[in-house]
Design a protein. Sequence first.
Lengths: 99, 488
Amino acid sequence: MSRDIRLDEIAQLARLDLTQMDTARLKAEFERILGYLDQLDEVADDAAEPRFDAGVELEPATPMRDDRKRPSLAPDEVVSESPTGADESNQFRVPRVIE
Amino acid sequence: MSKLWGSDIRRLRDALKRRDIRFAEVAAACLERTEETDSRLGSFLYLDADKVMADAEVLDDKRSTGQLKLGFLTGIPIALKDNIVTRQVPTTCGSRILNGYRPPYDAHVVRRLQRDESLFFGKTNCDEFAMGSSTENSAFQPTRNPWDLERVPGGSSGGAAAAVAAGQVVAALGSDTGGSIRQPAAFCGIVGLKPTWGRVSRYGLVAFASSLDQIGPLTRTVRDSAVVLQVIAGHDSADSTSATRTVDNYVARLGNDVYGRRIGVCAEWFEEGLDPRVEKGVRAGLTVLESLGCELVDIRLPHSKYAIAAYYVIAPAEASSNLARYDGVRYGQRARDPKNLEDLYCRSRSEGFGAEVKRRILIGTYVLSAGYYDAYFQKAGRVRALIQDDFRQAFEKVDLIAGPTTPTPPFKLGSRTDDPLSMYLSDVYTTTANLAGIPALSMPCSFTKEGLPVGLQLLAPHFKEARLLETAYALEQELALERPEMAV
């Protein structure tokens, strides 16, 4: 069964550029994998409520902490690891966002 | 001690305590062993031998001035999978996109090892962003299996497993999302433990799939596994999913009688697809458990056959979100001369990520996209709920579940790289534990005629690592497995 897999659209959503890839092969792999995933259809829609957590009871479920300032990462150390390196104003440098 | 590098933690600690050996000698033995073997194995992505010796000498100095308190892991050489962040020490996750990246902080588990003054012994090779079952997806190099250099060590913690098996280090930390500690442990003939989700802090573990990831030990013995877990387990306020529940005394419980323990054996796990050599080894292990007084009980895990399908929807979906941060802005590689921000993102990511990572991000994006969310992601969530129920019901009848870790012994390098799906299927027995958040351990139970290790897997209910370890220990002691000669 050939699906209508619009790889270009998915790649756009994922911010990936597929021009350097063998897209015919990628599509074939995708089809094969999705074909395998089709077996999920064997499970009825009313079989269970979907779960996306590990099923572990944690207490408390949502831990809170005091609203107190605490030491964090050193900004200059963090920024110096960026591709454009250290910056006097501790900012990450990027291309213009608004044209 | 003839082979210092092959020793376990207890013997090393006893010898260190009696001052029969110095910390520098332990370090030198492991460094020598690594030097001799790593050009053939390729376990390490980063290792600063001078720093290792210097750190060991500091420990010797501290001891000579009476300033050293001998902890569980003091002076023990421990390697870290390269997806665990280490401050100012390169952390690549096996990916070009993080080539040269030096994190500004240490993972929580690293701080715990430092508190015990263990000896940091480098970063090990892995499949890129922990995505893979053979370590062949590393952007830098493959790692080879110490038992047969033509075969894979497993993945994604292949470098860590090979390093421990070959005696380059005494222990290592890996991570397990769908089997990435247990499967390489099985392939390399060592012990690999994935704790309960939340038992060990994920702060500083580079995220792949957050509802599945856990850090755990890779060691040569069950006791060593218990010792390492003792040090790394426990609450961390920096990980809001980290369990506050008290950590058991894993080491103290080793040696307990396992008589009467009910061990579930799942028929679905012994069906078609299981290599007869693996089945033989695992059944021999089950027979030994019976001889120890354990009762083997037939159980069913009816939805485990959908585990791989559910995993390969949920894990890529979470990964597509977790890997969105690699955008060429704050860390890692950036594409040259970007035309605009969008171009920066697309080209940085496309140049930096390997094929498998891209494949999984695309699958993840697809299954979360409008129109397909119900068809895949919701369905996978349903299967996850059913698998969790299967285990809940099984654990009402049994104390532990036992079965194979992998469907085959270690396969040859290059034999599955052309077909991603065939690679995914090697996770058939391991993904269920991640989907259900339960702890699971792999230990060697036999070697094939060709000298390849076979792993037996034990699974327990949430937070029952002590039960897992004491049963594995009893089995290990009774098996007294003889190992053939290693290829290195």
